[in-house]
Ligand binder design. Structure first.
Ligand SMILES: Cc1cc2nc3c(=O)[nH]c(=O)nc-3n(C[C@H](O)[C@H](O)[C@H](O)COP(=O)(O)O)c2cc1C
Ligand code: SF4
Ligand code: SF4
Length: 434
């Protein structure tokens, strides 16, 4: 029986699936229903300073990128942090934590870059007995123009300063939520480390315009003839988020800091991938907004099944396992030779592999044989790029196979079983002589 209980920076939850700070965690009503559905924890929708609540637009706040089957691939929003009174949120947080002691409840915060503002809010959050706080240094619209959110997350010195204040003025664990709207994620992550953060979480949303209404000539979502950039999330951002998580996990200066992985997680597999790359747990927003709270059931069941099949008893058995296999390009093995292979029994002769290879790759696939449509890989031309596998509509019809002996008919060179990379390659003017 596998055990998927999670302990992230001392915060316990029955599973590693938390809802990210966003509309699903905006109020007690939602959070209670999420806990009933099985979510292990939540990061409450970001709270701001006491005072008159913020005001959201009263028109559409979402832009979307649909796949051909209208499935949501990416999601863009122009929503602000909570627009409910601070007092109401704090009262609900306290009650929910009391009623659900086994679930993680972290409170997301965003107040101006003034020490007193942080001291004030931290004291009030502590009273709720929430498990921790998450500093929202990521929101890319509306709040950043007011000097908060990604305006802080884009300046490592500010990240370090505010994190340090929080660590000085609260006993609660501090998670720093990073913005992806920067050039190199390692710098803001290091700033969080230097400020003594307990963990980082990433990613928040990506600056974006999802589409333009060509009749109105306005970006979408459109508010009275105008649109503004918003934050992009959902399945489309997962590759960007995975890379950023891996960058932090394998950088010696940041590798020790726990990571909460966020960005496009829709299935158990997405979650497992984030965790394999070093995330101690995961947070989900778009999948819950698209499919409802019950998606967590499949995530839990799927993760358990996979762990069982893979022989992992606990989450720690596979967290970070893929990190040592993330390499810089120059260390990839240049003696690893593959060729594409087409299973003629599965091939439906659609010709997509031929067109892709003929027009944009290495002219390594036949189109006809004896006057008939026939698709076959020419090993003497194939560079093993796998473009054909990528475009083939039939699963497992096109596969890549490694050559382990003999001669590569493309180069006429014998297969060399030794590992050799670009740093020592004869064609590299800056090669390292062995
Ligand atoms: C409508 C909406 C509102 C959001 N509001 C917040 C917020 O208040 N605070 C925050 O830290 N992140 C906020 N986010 C970002 C999410 O927490 C999350 O980082 C992002 O959506 C990526 O995860 P996903 O791909 O699973 O959606 C919001 C996202 C959406 C879609
Ligand atoms: S792997 Fe690349 S070069 Fe080889 S057949 Fe496929 S598309 Fe062409
Ligand atoms: S893309 Fe796949 S199915 Fe289509 S011709 Fe090529 S191998 Fe056959």
């Amino acid at each position: 029986m596998v055990d998927i209980r999670s302990e992230f920076i001392g915060i316990k939850s029955p599973n590693p699936f938390w809802l990210a700070s966003a509309p699903p965690t905006d109020k007690a009503y939602n959070v209670v229903r999420a806990f009933k559905a099985g979510w292990g924890g939540v990061v409450w929708k970001t709270l701001g300073e006491d005072g008159p609540p913020l005001v959201n637009v009263n028109g559409p706040r979402y832009g979307v990128v649909h796949g051909p089957d209208r499935r949501v691939l990416g999601f863009n929003n122009i929503e602000l942090i909570t627009d409910r009174p601070l007092e109401v949120n704090l009262r609900e947080i306290k009650q929910v934590k009391r009623d659900w002691p086994d679930r993680a409840l972290v409170v997301s915060l965003m107040v101006p870059c003034e020490e007193q503002a942080w001291i004030d809010i931290l004291a009030r959050v502590e009273e709720t007995e929430a498990d921790g706080i998450e500093l929202n240094f990521g929101c890319p619209h509306g709040m950043s123009e007011r000097g908060m959110g990604s305006a802080v997350g884009q300046v490592p010195e500010y990240i370090e300063m505010v994190t340090r204040w929080c660590k000085m003025h609260t006993r609660m664990p501090v998670i720093v939520k990073l913005t992806p709207n920067i050039t190199d994620i390692r710098f803001p992550a290091l700033a969080a480390v230097n400020g003594n953060a307990d963990a980082v979480s990433l990613i928040n949303t990506i600056n974006s315009i999802t589409s333009v209404d060509l009749d109105l000539m306005t970006p979408e979502p459109t508010i009275d003839g105008k649109g503004s950039h918003g934050g992009f999330c959902g399945p489309a951002v997962k590759p960007i988020a995975l890379n950023m998580v891996a960058e932090i996990a394998r950088n010696p200066e940041t590798s020790a800091i726990p990571i909460s992985g966020i960005g496009g997680i829709t299935t158990w597999r997405d979650a497992a991938e984030f965790m394999a790359l070093g995330a101690g747990n995961v947070q989900v927003c778009t999948a819950a907004m698209t499919y409802g709270f019950k998606v967590v059931e499949d995530m839990i069941d799927g993760l358990k099944d996979w762990m069982e099949q893979s022989g992992y008893d606990r989450l720690d058995d596979f967290i970070g396992r893929a990190v040592p296999n993330v390499s810089d390009w120059q260390y990839l093995n240049l003696n690893y030779i593959t060729k594409a292979k087409i299973d003629q029994d599965l091939c439906i002769k659609c010709g997509r592999c031929f067109i892709a290879c003929e027009d944009t790759s290495h002219q390594a696939i036949t189109e006809t044989k004896g006057g008939e449509r026939h698709f076959e890989v020419l090993d003497e031309e194939c560079v093993g790029c796998n473009l054909c596998v990528t475009v083939c509509p039939v699963e497992n019809c096109l596969t890549m196979e490694q050559m382990t002996s003999g001669v590569d008919p493309r180069t006429d060179e014998a297969i060399n079983p030794e590992y050799a990379n670009w740093t020592t390659h004869p064609n590299n003017p800056a090669r390292i002589e062995s």
